[in-house]
Ligand binder design. Structure first.
Ligand SMILES: Cc1cc2nc3c(=O)[nH]c(=O)nc-3n(C[C@H](O)[C@H](O)[C@H](O)COP(=O)(O)OP(=O)(O)OC[C@H]3O[C@@H](n4cnc5c(N)ncnc54)[C@H](O)[C@@H]3O)c2cc1C
Length: 424
């Protein structure tokens, strides 16, 4: 059995990973089909996703090189500093409940002149990606269109959609999320577990400016992050300062917090962050996400490569999930372009193996490192708290260690794909 080669690459999943992958592959002049079960208009609605992404500075370079930055930049708040504090159960941080052991990362200590990253609302990332997809040559979008089956032949693959249409391609990309049906059908197993935690997400407006400071408090129920967003402006005037809250709470307690009225919900936030931002108000709805870990045991199979959450879905503790996906995409685009340059088959296992060697170890190290942090910090056990506080104090005191952690937060470690290399 053999199929045609209508497309070089068929991407299943048009979320933040699949959309960016389509643009990166088209940038390398591959003919791309992008398939998503959801309608693009629905995915671009404000009600679709209330999260922000802490886009690491090296990941932002890929958006710049692909021409997306002019549309994102007005809504991207640079992260100038990160402050990590070990907090204590039931005591407000600013009233002396925090441990003295803090970690302060200052972007000015890096010599590249870039901020540590940017906080961007996911909806703005999606709008920029969809806008670029609409103008891109070499990309055909099939959406809403659910993939129902895939058949792999020796030199091509056939993807069948629910409405009966078929697409033939040399390579299929699984960008279909953490429960990736493509990954499961290919028999690729995952290491996976659920955290007994829920991610509560909300946007707050506050009286005082955040000055580009991202804060994370390690509380016994889980990390609590305050992420600086762009202000709401009218003309040149700032109407409201804004931050996004990513509050990891015990799964059993989260429904009660989510059901509080606005005043009590804000009081619960204030009890955790103290009063340094002044009076708080809620901007828009609250969101909640179950938190889990999935790491694919292989990122490839014949004519199939996994990217984004299909390959690795991790705890948001370090804000690195999508950044890992951006690196997958940039590395895969480069690997495939190199293979084509040498006249090799882009779907052959030997080609895809170069991608797997580039990305799997890096992703696993970050995924397991993040998991260890969740377990180390989501408790209030005295001796453990002492040990971690001493560790934080040591990192904070040693400039090269601080710089190493800042580069990691900036997705600027290991072998960087060309799309993420420093801009000249
Ligand atoms: C609370 C929270 C905060 C986070 N904060 C950060 C952060 O600050 N920084 C960061 O880097 N990451 C962060 N992340 C992680 C980040 O949000 C994810 O890594 C990212 O959204 C994953 O995108 P994706 O495209 O891989 O998957 P998804 O968004 O799950 O997209 C998968 C797509 O596949 C489609 N699909 C599935 N099956 C089919 C099918 N059969 N046919 C057609 N289409 C199909 C779906 O419709 C969907 O659009 C956070 C995550 C959480 C939960």
């Amino acid at each position: 059995m053999e199929f045609g080669s209508q497309y070089d690459i068929a991407i299943v999943g048009g979320g933040l990973a699949g959309g960016l992958a389509a643009l990166a592959f088209a940038h390398e002049r591959f003919r791309v089909a992008l398939i998503d079960a959801e309608a693009p208009a629905a995915m671009q609605k404000e009600s679709f996703d209330g999260r922000t992404t802490a886009l690491a500075y090296a990941a932002a370079r890929a958006f710049k090189r692909l021409g997306l930055w002019p549309m994102i930049e007005p809504d991207a708040e640079p992260i100038r500093d990160i402050l990590v504090t070990d907090g204590r159960a039931g005591s407000a941080i600013a009233r002396g409940g925090a441990s003295n052991f803090r970690l302060h990362f200052d972007s000015r200590e890096l010599d590249n002149g870039e901020p540590l990253g940017f906080i961007v609302e996911n909806r703005h990332l999606r709008l920029a990606v969809f806008d670029a997809l609409a103008h891109a040559e070499n990309i055909t979008v099939f959406a809403p269109a659910k993939r129902v089956s895939t058949v792999y032949a020796p030199s091509s693959a056939r993807v069948t959609l629910e409405d009966g249409r078929t697409l033939d391609a040399s390579l299929v990309i699984a960008a279909d999320g953490r429960f990736s049906p493509l990954r499961m059908e290919a028999g690729i197993k995952t290491s996976n577990w659920s955290y007994p935690q829920t991610g509560i997400v909300a946007t707050i407006a506050h009286e005082r400016p955040h000055d580009g400071l991202a804060q994370e408090f390690f509380l016994p129920a889980g990390p609590f992050a305050i992420l600086p967003m762009t202000p709401v402006r009218e003309g040149g005037r700032i109407l409201r300062h804004r931050s996004n809250i990513v509050w990891t709470e015990a799964q059993a307690a989260a429904p009660a917090y989510l059901a509080l009225d606005d005043a009590k919900f804000l009081a619960a936030i204030g009890a955790r962050i103290g009063d340094h931002l002044g009076a708080l108000t809620l901007e828009g709805p609250r969101w909640s996400y179950p938190l889990a870990f999935h790491l694919a045991q292989s990122f490839i199979a014949p004519r199939l490569a996994l990217v984004g959450d299909a390959a690795h879905a991790i705890h948001p503790i370090a804000g690195q999930g999508y950044n890992l996906g951006v690196k997958d995409i940039a590395a895969l685009a480069e690997t495939l372009a190199d293979a084509r340059g040498l006249g090799l088959d882009i779907g052959a296992l030997s080609t895809l193996d170069a991608y797997q060697r580039w990305r799997r170890f890096d992703s696993s190290a970050l995924a397991f490192g993040g998991d260890a942090l969740v377990k180390l910090f989501s408790n209030d056990f005295g001796p453990l708290r002492l040990a971690r506080d001493i560790g934080m104090g040591a990192v904070n005191a040693i400039a090269p260690l601080r710089r190493m952690f800042m580069k990691e937060a900036g997705a600027d470690f290991g072998r960087l794909p060309a799309l993420m290399a420093p801009m000249s």
